[in-house]
Design a protein around this ligand. Sequence first.
Ligand code: CA
Length: 230
Amino acid sequence: MHILLVEDEAKVARFIKKGLAAEGYEVDIAADGKIGEQKARSGDFDLILLDVLLPKKDGFEVLHALRSDGVRTPILMLTARSAAEDIVQGLDHGAEDYLTKPFAFNELLARIRSILRREGRSPTIHRLADLQLNTLTRKATRSGTVIDLTAREFSLLEYLMRNPRMLVTRQQLSKEVWGFNFDPGTNVIDVYINHLRKKIDQGSEKKLIHTERGKGYYISEKDLAKGSTK
Ligand code: CA
């Protein structure tokens, strides 16, 4: 999640950046309206936090310029002025929401999450035991440790995790993960499963990726073949 923060007060900017970074957001700061607008146009941001009172170009001008040029990145206006007029103006010009300064940091976080959710930019997190998969950042972690996966390994793991505790066949995997409409007839899938297993399970007491011989694979906290309910 990449956020552009357009804020001229260095102290406030640092405070917000630090807080957002702690929540896992990556934050770029622009200290005036002109730079903010340039960055907003060139950068790939999920959200823009835009102060209203800014040097060179105020927040409304930036908002207006971006929206008239079709930049659709969601914008949350930060305004020190609580005048209703400001707020209406901001929302009229295509801001998603506004927040009046001073604000509680938790309030800012809640607004950001709500906008990202509405925009469909919020990640889907799959969890199984201590394994976690974030489909937006395409990061996998086990017990909090990042696991370095290739794009294909990630897709394979994602498919398994979308179908937890269910046997998936090689044919299914070759269709869903590789896009083949036929059985590739090679051991390509087994090779990938082995790589994935090494990365996910090696060094962990609990094995998550299981093989049902001659049938396929599944991901589970338990070895289902043993029929154990423990
Ligand atoms: Ca300001």
